[in-house]
Design a protein around this ligand. Structure first.
Ligand code: GLN
Length: 244
């Protein structure tokens, strides 16, 4: 078995250790003897998303998001929409998550029309939502408790048909108002959690790997790994945030 991971815009979208998610995905495959092919697609380079099993997009500031618009319009937006409709597994963080929606209007009124793959939009606010977070995933998204870190001014609103990824326990999530975090559509998981997200949340990492592997190869069972270090990192932050 070989899993093809595409890392979109590693040169531009990489805040707060987002690239660590790629290390984590690869390492959990390696420890199980599953091959991994990693394609890094920086701005200006062609992607072959129709061939990918899992696409990762990190976060970026408003400036970087604006820089990407032209490249997206050059073909990647349509390719990404098609891959999403075809069930490719996608993890998109913060600025990358916003990019999957219809648009992002910055606080100073600049409008970035994004790819419209997910029924959501984002509007910048004067408030920055910053800090370590605890989110409880919906059952559909595996039910795990996620530890992350968020830093955004954009407030994201989901359309009525789009489900959230999680419920906010500590933090702001999508907008600091409705108690929800991220979005889930087909095999796409969007989240505001930097951190990097996956090393502290191994069950969520395995959910992504299983989703991507099963789409390609049918039913797979992932061998359990020794996650003591990962769980200790998760629990240490959880204790600090929940004071329990
Ligand atoms: N520019 C976006 C915002 O501030 C995204 C920031 C990020 O990716 N951390 O809302």
């Amino acid at each position: 078995m070989r899993l093809k991971i595409c890392h979109l815009y590693p040169d531009v979208l990489n805040l707060y250790g987002d690239n660590g998610n790629i290390i984590c995905l690869r390492e959990r495959l390696r420890r199980r003897g599953i091959d991994c092919e990693l394609q890094r697609v920086p701005i200006g380079e062609k992607a072959d998303l129709s061939n990918a099993d899992l696409v990762f997009i990190g976060g970026g500031q408003d400036f970087e998001q604006e820089v990407l618009l032209q490249d997206l319009r050059g073909g990647k937006a349509a390719e990404l929409r098609a891959a999403i409709e075809d069930g490719v597994c996608v993890l998109a963080i913060c600025g990358g998550y916003q990019m999957l929606g219809a648009y992002y209007e910055t606080h100073d009124g600049t409008r970035c029309d994004f790819i419209g793959a997910l029924d959501l939009y984002t509007v910048g606010s004067p408030q920055r939502m910053i800090g370590n977070t605890v989110f409880q995933c919906t059952e559909e998204c595996g039910g795990a408790e996620l530890i992350g870190f968020e830093n955004h001014s954009g407030k994201t609103r989901l359309g009525s048909g789009l489900k959230p990824l999680a419920r906010v326990v500590v933090g702001h999530g999508n907008n600091g108002e409705d108690g929800f975090e991220g979005a889930h559509y087909k095999n796409v998981f969007g989240s505001y959690s930097h951190g990097p997200l996956l090393p502290k949340n191994p069950a969520f990492c395995d959910l992504l790997l299983r989703t991507a592997l099963e789409r390609r190869f049918g039913s797979v069972s992932l061998e359990a790994l020794d996650d003591r270090a990962e769980n200790a990192a998760h629990d240490a932050m959880r204790r600090r945030l929940l004071k329990s």
